[in-house]
Write a protein that binds this ligand. Structure first.
Ligand code: ASP
Length: 307
């Protein structure tokens, strides 16, 4: 549930989503000036990130917060300090919000038990990535004319579902927004829990278009989470033919999404990434407004501004 902490979107409700999306719109329109004045936001990224780290940083600064950035290299994590001790340290130094990216699923939940600061999960292993799904909803609702217009849209989520924290946040969030979902993936890239999601499982992007997809949401092949194991797909070229989007798939009204970073030519053909059908640049741009909204909600700052 969305609360002071933003840890997971499992069980999120439609009205909670609407609240974040409309607050993000308020931020995008510049109608909240420095809601985080006097607050301290700590960005602790213990796994690589470009979009999420930069947009959280910009969001926090534009909202007027003091920002502390921490990565594994250069922090005492590299000396062997535990996550809990790190979190307690940041808490005692006065963090109001802790934005945490970590390679272990569940790390944010653990952190939240050891601090008074609001914890925002910025991606935990194969667990959850709530702010990604929120910004996806924002970008998509902007593209279709508003949050209520999402209802009934058909979204096919294609690719490496097994390793994707994005999928685990997007699925409950898109569902709660009233969209119909299908999954497109080879069996080797499906988690065991996929059956319990109760959505059709399709075997190609062509199949998704026959199913009537309005949106194809591609997920990256996460090679860094497959290390040391036998390959999950026999050939990347063959994978791209069945599970990637090429120009030949584009048709009137079809939207293509991807959380980035894109393996060009694998999930999305190089000439489609920045095509008019692609929401990828819009997803990136949505990051600042949506993360500003999340930071203000998490720290309770909106209520202080409204008062
Ligand atoms: N940027 C997203 C994440 O951090 C998706 C990806 O890496 O493929 O989960």
């Amino acid at each position: 549930m969305l609360s002071r902490d933003f840890l997971t979107l499992e069980g999120v409700g439609r009205e909670e989503l609407r609240e974040v999306i409309s607050l993000a719109r308020t931020h995008a329109d510049g109608r909240l000036s420095h809601p985080l004045d006097g607050k301290t936001v700590c960005l602790a990224f213990f796994e690589s990130s470009t979009r999420t780290a930069v947009s959280f940083d910009l969001a926090a600064r534009r909202c007027g917060a003091d920002v502390i950035s921490l990565s594994e290299k250069g922090s005492s994590i590299s000396k062997g300090e535990s996550l809990i001790d790190t979190v307690v340290t940041l808490d005692r130094l006065g963090a109001d919000a802790l934005v945490l990216r970590h390679p272990a699923a569940g790390a944010s939940m653990l952190a939240a038990r050891h601090t008074e600061a609001a914890v925002i999960n910025a991606g935990d292993g194969c667990g959850q990535h709530p702010t990604q799904a929120l910004l996806d909803l924002y970008a998509l609702s902007e593209a279709v004319g508003g949050f209520d217009e999402l209802e009934g849209r058909r979204v096919a989520i294609a690719g490496d579902i097994l390793h994707s924290r994005v999928a685990r946040s997007v699925i409950p969030a898109f569902r709660a927004a009233g969209m119909d979902l299908a999954i497109v993936a080879p069996l080797t890239l499906l988690p065991q829990e996929a059956d319990a999601w109760g959505v059709p499982i399709l075997d190609s992007v062509d199949g998704a278009l026959e199913w009537g997809a309005d949106v194809v949401y591609l997920l990256r092949l996460q090679n860094e989470r497959m290390n040391g194991r036998s390959p999950r797909v026999p050939s990347v070229g063959e994978y791209a033919r069945f599970y990637g989007v090429a120009r030949r798939h584009l048709r009137d009204g079809l939207l293509v999404m991807h959380p980035g970073p894109v393996n060009r030519g694998v999930e999305i053909a190089g000439d489609v990434v920045l095509d008019g059908a692609s929401l990828v640049p819009g997803q990136v741009a949505a990051g600042i407004a949506v993360r500003s909204a999340v930071l203000t909600l998490a720290t309770g700052a909106t209520h202080e501004v409204a008062a």
